[in-house]
Design a protein around this ligand. Structure first.
Ligand code: DAH
Length: 340
């Protein structure tokens, strides 16, 4: 038996299968159930214990040799096969990576910033977790104002009041505390309100605040600035309308409407048949607000406005459900301008 093992060893060492057929023949001859090596193992069982010892070891080595050869050749033949079946064509065009798109709220935010930057406004921002002073008191909110209730505002703590800001108007205060007029700034950011989520309301959304404080800033400046903005944003035909309104931090206050750019005043769903759509709150900065930040209201005046970014974006793109902005549905998001 030892002789046979030695000669099989030589045979295996000198075999080199050239294709899958020859490889299979090798497997059948040496390793299959009725092949030479398993047969030798069967014979081994019949030997006397002393002989078993002498034969068992070389036989095991023979089996290992045959198996490792089979594995090597299988891999080598497989690699050759792959190469011939799928040659790499380096002249083919590359498959382009999927390119991300800009979020529509960012597209609007950048556009708004662009328009106001050309008028000399700087961009400023402030904290989303805010104290009572910057979100309410400094802005002349009375003690019993409904926005100060738990059901309207998310409070992080009470006494002292720490809350999620309900508007970007807090940044007006933060800016005027550290900067003296002239001040011209726009302040985009996220704000929070305790609202049930629906197509028209969400517990967080985005605003852009505007502030201009200097000597001799008048209501005419407010009107002209927002008129310019409306034309830049919604087209040169756009008209604006100011409606008297109330905010604690402005006096007088006005709601800004733009003429409906969908139906041009004829009446449609977007403008609810009125021909006008509301886009911002605004007004002349209340003297108390200026006093709270140490600016003399006899020497300086200013205007402010606050605009909803979601609102402007919905108008711009004809989007009818606010929830789409925060659901991260790729089918929605990929419709916007690619990131360059
Ligand atoms: N802060 C107001 C709101 O969230 C919007 C606003 C109105 C901001 C008038 C202003 C303003 O700066 O002058 O409803």
């Amino acid at each position: 038996m030892l002789e046979q093992i030695k000669s099989l060893q030589k045979e295996i060492a000198s075999t080199l299968p050239a294709n899958a057929g020859e490889l299979e023949a090798f497997r059948l001859r040496f390793l299959s159930r009725k092949g030479l090596i398993p047969t030798l193992f069967d014979n081994l069982k019949l030997l006397a214990p002393a002989e078993k010892k002498d034969i068992g070891r070389p036989l095991n080595e023979l089996k290992q040799l045959a198996e490792s050869r089979l594995k090597e050749w299988t891999e080598a033949l497989g690699a050759v096969k792959d190469n011939t079946q799928a040659p790499v064509d380096l002249t083919l065009p590359v498959i382009p990576d999927a390119i991300g798109t800009m979020h529509p709220l960012n597209l609007t935010r950048y556009r708004i910033i662009e328009i106001f930057e050309r008028l000399g406004f700087n961009v400023a921002d402030g904290p989303e977790i805010e104290d009572d002073w910057h979100n309410f008191s400094a802005l002349n909110f009375p003690e019993n104002h409904p926005a100060r209730e738990m059901q309207d505002t998310f409070f992080v703590s009470r006494n002292p009041d720490v809350l999620l800001r309900t508007h970007t108007s807090n940044v007006q205060i933060r800016l005027m505390e550290k900067q003296r007029p002239p001040i011209r700034a726009i302040m985009p950011g996220r704000v929070y309100r305790n609202e049930a989520i629906s197509a028209r309301a969400h517990c967080f959304f985005h605003q852009v605040e505007g502030l201009y404080v200097d000597t001799n800033v008048s209501f005419a400046d407010l009107k002209q600035t927002l008129y310019h903005f409306a034309k830049e944003m919604f087209g040169s035909e756009t008209k604006i309308r100011l409606r008297p309104s109330f905010f604690p931090f402005t006096e007088p206050s006005a709601e800004i409407d733009i003429s409906c750019f969908i139906c041009h005043g004829k009446g449609c769903n977007i403008c609810k048949q009125t021909g006008w759509v509301e886009i911002a709150g605004s007004g002349m900065v209340h003297p108390n607000v200026l006093r709270h930040v140490g600016i003399d209201p006899e020497a300086f005046t200013g205007f402010a406005f606050g605009m909803g970014i979601e609102r402007v974006t919905m108008l711009r793109y004809g989007i009818d459900d606010l929830r789409l902005f925060s659901e991260n549905d790729v089918r929605f998001l990929k419709q916007f301008k690619p990131v360059l």
